[in-house]
Ligand binder design. Structure first.
Ligand SMILES: NC(=O)c1ccc[n+]([C@@H]2O[C@H](COP(=O)([O-])OP(=O)(O)OC[C@H]3O[C@@H](n4cnc5c(N)ncnc54)[C@H](OP(=O)(O)O)[C@@H]3O)[C@@H](O)[C@H]2O)c1
Length: 257
C-alpha cells in the first residue's frame, strides 16, 4: 500500500464489511491517520463490537453515531467532528454506507424499495458531503500541496459497476433495479461534486470495490474484504486532478459511466 498521507479520515458504515476492513487497514498502516472517524448507525449496539474493540486499542479511532439517511444525524455528527478537530480540516470523507435489495427485479421492485435505497445510497452521500464541506474546504485551504489529492481534501464515493449504464448488459444477470438506479445516481452526483468542489480543492471520485465477500456481496463473491480494501487503499494515494469526476475500480482501472 502506498502512503495515503491523509491526516484525518471519516467513513460511513464502518461497523462491518468493506467499511470495517478500511478502518482496520488504515489503523495498521505504517503511518496511520492522526484521526479516523469511524461512523455507524449504532456504535453502542452488538453489530459494532469489533469497532469498539479496535477503539479500545487505538486512541486515534473515534466512533461516531451517524445514519446517512437521517439528515439530523448527519449534521449532528459533523458538529461533533468539527469540535474534535478544533479548527483543523478533514482530509478524506469516504461515503461507504449503502443498502441493497437482492430480489429487486422489475417484476417485484416497488416505490418503497426504490425510495429507501435512493435515500441511503444517493441522498445520503450528497448530504454527507454538504455537511462536511466546511471541514473539507478547511483542509484544502490549510494544504500547501498543488492540485487535488486524498492527502489534501477528497470525497470518495464507494459506488458500484452495477451503476454503470454502459456495463449494464454485462452485469444484468442480477437486475437489482433499486440498487443499480441508486448507484447510477451516485455516479452522477460524483461528477457534479467533482465539477463544483474540484474548484475549491476537493477531489471527488467514485470507486467500485469489486465483488466482495460481505453481507452484501455474499460468500460467493470473488474478493475477500482484505484484498478489496488493500486495492482501494493503494488507489487512493495515486488519485489526482486527472481522476476528478471519474469512476474507477479497486485496481485503479476506469469504468465507463
Ligand atoms: N460487497 C460487494 O460486492 C460490493 C460491490 C460493489 C459495491 N459495494 C459497495 O461497497 C460499500 C460497502 O458495502 P459492503 O459490501 O461492505 O456492505 P455491507 O456488508 O452490507 O455493509 C453495509 C454497511 O453500510 C451500513 N449502512 C447501511 N445503511 C446505513 C445508513 N442509513 N447509515 C449508516 N450506515 C448504513 C451498514 O450498517 P448497519 O450494520 O447498521 O446495517 C453497514 O455498515 C457499499 O457502498 C456497497 O454498495 C459492495
Amino acid at each position: 500500500m502506498g502512503a495515503l498521507g491523509a491526516r484525518t479520515v471519516l467513513l460511513s458504515g464502518s461497523n462491518r464489511g468493506i467499511g470495517l476492513g478500511l478502518v482496520k487497514q488504515l489503523l495498521a498502516a505504517p503511518k496511520p491517520p492522526l484521526w479516523i472517524f469511524a461512523s455507524c448507525r449504532d456504535p453502542e449496539g452488538p453489530r459494532a463490537q469489533e469497532l469498539r474493540d479496535l477503539a479500545s486499542k487505538h486512541p486515534n479511532l473515534v466512533l461516531l453515531k451517524l445514519d446517512v439517511a437521517n439528515p439530523v444525524s448527519v449534521t449532528e455528527a459533523a458538529r461533533i467532528v468539527e469540535r474534535k478537530m478544533n479548527g483543523s480540516g478533514l482530509n478524506l470523507l469516504i461515503n461507504n454506507a449503502a443498502i441493497y435489495t437482492p430480489t429487486a427485479s422489475l417484476d417485484v421492485v416497488d416505490a418503497e424499495d426504490m425510495l429507501r435505497t435512493y435515500e441511503t445510497n444517493a441522498v445520503g452521500p450528497m448530504q454527507m458531503a454538504q455537511a462536511f464541506l466546511p471541514l473539507l474546504k478547511k483542509a484544502a485551504q490549510e494544504s500547501t500541496e498543488k492540485g487535488l489529492s486524498c492527502s489534501k481534501a477528497a470525497i470518495i464515493n464507494i459506488s458500484s459497476v452495477m451503476g454503470s449504464i454502459e456495463r449494464t448488459p454485462a452485469t444484468f444477470l442480477k437486475p437489482v433495479i433499486s440498487y443499480r438506479c441508486s448507484k447510477a445516481a451516485l455516479n452522477m452526483l460524483t461528477k457534479c461534486q467533482a465539477l463544483t468542489y474540484g474548484k475549491v480543492g476537493i477531489l471527488c471520485v467514485a470507486l467500485h470495490p469489486g465483488w466482495v465477500k460481505t453481507d452484501m456481496g455474499t460468500q460467493e463473491a470473488d474478493l475477500t474484504v482484505e484484498t478489496s480494501v488493500q486495492g482501494l487503499l493503494s488507489v487512493l494515494p495515486i488519485l489526482s486532478e486527472k481522476h476528478n469526476g471519474t469512476l474507477l475500480n479497486w485496481e485503479g482501472k476506469a469504468i465507463p459511466w
